[in-house]
Design a protein around this ligand. Sequence first.
Ligand code: ADP
Length: 250
Amino acid sequence: MMLSAMAAQKSTVDESQQAAAPMFLMENISKVYRTDLIETHALRSFNLRVNAGEFVSVTGPSGSGKTTFLNIAGLLEDYSAGRYFLDGVDTQGLGDRELSRLRNNKIGFVFQGFNLIPDLSVFDNIDVPLRYRGLPAAERKRLIGETLERVGLLSRAKHFPSQLSGGQQQRVAVARALAGSPAFLLADEPTGNLDSVMARQIMDLLENLNDQGTTIIMVTHDPDLAARAHRHIQIIDGEVAEVTRSSMRG
Ligand code: ADP
């Protein structure tokens, strides 16, 4: 009885295959920057598989390829060769519109320098990705209220970024990424320039989001934060050099 029910459900073979697919899969990704004089291999034979629900931290020396990796992972930059699957979708050959749709539907970003829009209020900054997703106004308002409460900034909804401290701006940037409960979150030094208390709070928020099912890849230079992830990888010379599993989580 159960088997036949399962067989009926499985008429969509694609769906069952997708459930088994990793959230993030890069196979032999390479990225070459070419100028008239030199070729720089920012990534070479880059392989990384991240399962749904994992929290992976990334460290590496300056110039090792972390930014290039994040930009490609976030569908903000093209790769030269290899394959990149996001939530089972092969990103090769997708056009700009398909890439932005995939990005808006799946990925949340917390980037260094916050990237808040200066002439939009806190509320409207958080609203931007939700609008891109086409959520109705009432739903967006509810989500923004809830998220601002989570990051302790409900009373700042009408403020502009310039009226906030660095730590508060970073919390708005995190709120913006959290509001849409993205399947996949990319964070670049999310605690950079914050004092240790604030850094821990931001990290707690990210862990909270991860506990709710969001897959996270976070670049950081902070070894203590890197150790809090399920898995810690290092990028050296454009390749994944080392993978360690943390005993602290998962
Ligand atoms: P990281 O973020 O780890 O500091 P990057 O990804 O920024 O490393 O850079 C990796 C390598 O690629 C470096 O050697 C850098 O100089 C080079 N690179 C990055 N972006 C460009 C670009 N737009 N043009 C040429 N070379 C680049």
